[in-house]
Write a protein that binds this ligand. Structure first.
Ligand code: CU
Length: 138
C-alpha cells in the first residue's frame, strides 16, 4: 500500500514536471485556458467532496499513448486527461451510449470526468482509433 502511494506521488511529480516542460517548449501556445494543476488544487472542486476516498487521477496523452493505459480507481474518482502531444486527441468512451466524450483536446488541453459507478470504461481516441485505454472503477 505504501509502496503504491509513493509510486503514485512520484508519478504525479513526474507529470507536473512534464507539464512544465511542455508549457516551456510550446511557449507560443494560445490554447492554455488556465494553470491546470493549480486550479485543481486551489479550488475545492464540486466533485471533490471531502469524503474519504475521493481522489483525482490524471492520464497523460503523449506520443499517441494514454498513460497509464489501464487505470483502476475507486468510485467517485475524478479522472483528468491531459494532452501533451502536439497533435489533437480525444478520450472517447466506447460504450453505447457513451459514458464520456472529451471532444478534441489540443496541445495541453484537458478533460475531466467523475466516475460515479463501478465498471470497466473502455475508451479510445476518435482521431487515432488505435489509441485505446480503460478505466476500471471499483
Ligand atoms: Cu489521438
Amino acid at each position: 500500500m505504501w509502496h503504491k502511494l509513493r509510486r503514485m506521488s512520484a508519478l504525479s511529480l513526474a507529470m507536473n514536471l512534464l507539464a512544465i516542460v511542455a508549457v516551456g517548449c510550446t511557449g507560443g501556445s494560445h490554447d492554455v485556458k488556465g494553470p491546470p494543476s493549480k486550479a485543481a488544487s486551489a479550488v475545492p472542486s464540486a466533485a471533490g467532496e471531502a469524503r474519504p476516498g475521493a481522489v483525482e487521477k490524471q492520464i497523460v496523452i503523449d506520443n499517441f499513448t494514454f498513460d497509464p493505459p489501464a487505470l483502476t480507481v475507486p468510485v467517485g474518482t475524478k479522472v483528468t486527461w491531459v494532452n501533451h502531444d502536439d497533435v489533437p486527441h480525444t478520450a472517447t468512451s466506447t460504450a453505447k451510449p457513451k459514458s464520456f466524450q472529451s471532444g478534441t483536446l489540443d496541445t495541453d488541453g484537458q478533460f475531466a470526468h467523475v466516475f460515479t459507478a463501478p465498471g470497466t470504461y473502455e475508451y479510445f481516441c476518435a482521431v487515432h482509433p488505435k489509441m485505446t485505454g480503460k478505466i476500471i472503477v471499483k
